[in-house]
Ligand binder design. Structure first.
Ligand SMILES: Cc1cc2nc3c(=O)[nH]c(=O)nc-3n(C[C@H](O)[C@H](O)[C@H](O)COP(=O)(O)OP(=O)(O)OC[C@H]3O[C@@H](n4cnc5c(N)ncnc54)[C@H](O)[C@@H]3O)c2cc1C
Length: 297
């Protein structure tokens, strides 16, 4: 551990990543590091640069598949305790990057602030949510981002302002590897109206998506506005099974873990392959992954 000498309290070697992802499967990180402060993160990044270690930023692991062979390099997750605060001043909500989206949504509703109801049921952190521009049919987080505090690979922190941020479908133009803090500009609305909207969105989500089975949400991006799930369904793949993983019967764009005892990341990747091979010739569409595969060759 000489690379991270003095940082032993926050560093683990050969650390299993499966339990830190919603898939719950996959290999270990060569180094897993959980900085508690910006200074610690800066120091970790300096050591990684010196040792030429590849850096991976982990949020709540709800959009990530870790390959079975694991990840060489440093997987860094901001400490949820110290980077997870949510505060509200008038219509501005400020959240540490590790704050769960569920907490952001709940705090906004408590303050009668509207704008993030579209994030109901999404199990990520706000840092991951901004990076992925999380959302759905009722909107996405990018719509209310006012500014974002980031740290670049050299440990420099700066703000990216609303005017200079571009949010597109499941992506944004943030290049820095770490979102540290997010500010959202919300709108005052009736507490009951917000609650009703949240309930309505939640019911639609849980009725149409397999929310109580291990997965990483939608596997593929919707191509050219077409629902990927519909294409996969029409290709006859609902229920297709490889090892311990399957295409959900409830929503064909979800790959779910049927049997955690035997499931491998390779099973999920085999299903990804199977889907692409079935959908491409039929619809002339190459499905692009929404989930992030670590490492990505
Ligand atoms: C049951 C289920 C339902 C879902 N429903 C939806 C949905 O309706 N809409 C939707 O958009 N998504 C959905 N998802 C996917 C996922 O929850 C979102 O993409 C979420 O925003 C990922 O956040 P995370 O913290 O888990 O990020 P992770 O999965 O840990 O990481 C995702 C990406 O964000 C980056 N990242 C994470 N934290 C940071 C940070 N602090 N700074 C910089 N980069 C960071 C990672 O490097 C990675 O590239 C669903 C997932 C599940 C399991």
């Amino acid at each position: 551990m000489s690379i991270f000498k003095g940082l032993e309290a926050i560093t683990q070697e050969n650390f299993p990543l499966g339990p830190l992802t919603t898939f719950g499967i996959g290999g270990a990180a060569e180094y897993f590091i959980r900085p508690r402060t910006e200074d610690e993160l800066r120091e970790v990044l300096a050591r990684c640069a010196k040792a030429q270690l590849k850096v991976y930023t982990l949020g709540r692991g709800s959009n990530i598949l870790v390959r079975d062979e694991g990840v060489k390099g440093a997987v860094i997750q901001l400490d949820p305790e110290t980077f997870g605060a949510v505060t509200i001043e008038e219509d501005l909500l400020r959240a540490g990057a590790a704050a769960p989206l569920a907490k952001v949504v709940a705090e906004a509703a408590r303050a009668s602030l509207s704008g993030v109801e579209c994030l109901v049921g999404i199990p990520g952190s706000i840092g991951g949510g901004v990076r992925m521009n999380a959302g759905g049919t009722h909107g996405d987080i990018g719509q209310c981002v006012e500014r974002v505090k980031v740290m670049d690979a050299r440990g420099q922190t700066f703000y990216r302002e609303r005017d200079d941020l571009v949010f597109v479908y499941r992506s944004c133009n943030l290049a820095a590897p770490f979102v540290l803090e997010v500010e959202l500009r919300l709108q005052k609305d009736g507490a009951k109206t917000i609650k009703n909207r949240m309930q309505k969105y939640w019911i639609v989500k849980k009725n149409s998506q397999p929310m109580n089975v291990a997965s990483a949400g939608c596997t593929f991006k919707n191509p050219r506005g077409l629902p990927a799930g519909l294409l996969i369904d029409q290709a006859g793949l609902k229920g297709a099974l490889v090892g311990g993983a399957a295409i959900s019967r409830k929503h064909a764009n979800y790959i779910v873990i049927k049997d955690k005892a035997i499931a491998k990341a390779a099973d999920v990747l085999a299903l990804v392959d199977q889907v692409r091979k079935a959908v491409e010739p039929r619809f002339s569409v190459t499905l692009e992954l929404e989930i992030q595969v670590w490492p990505n060759p």
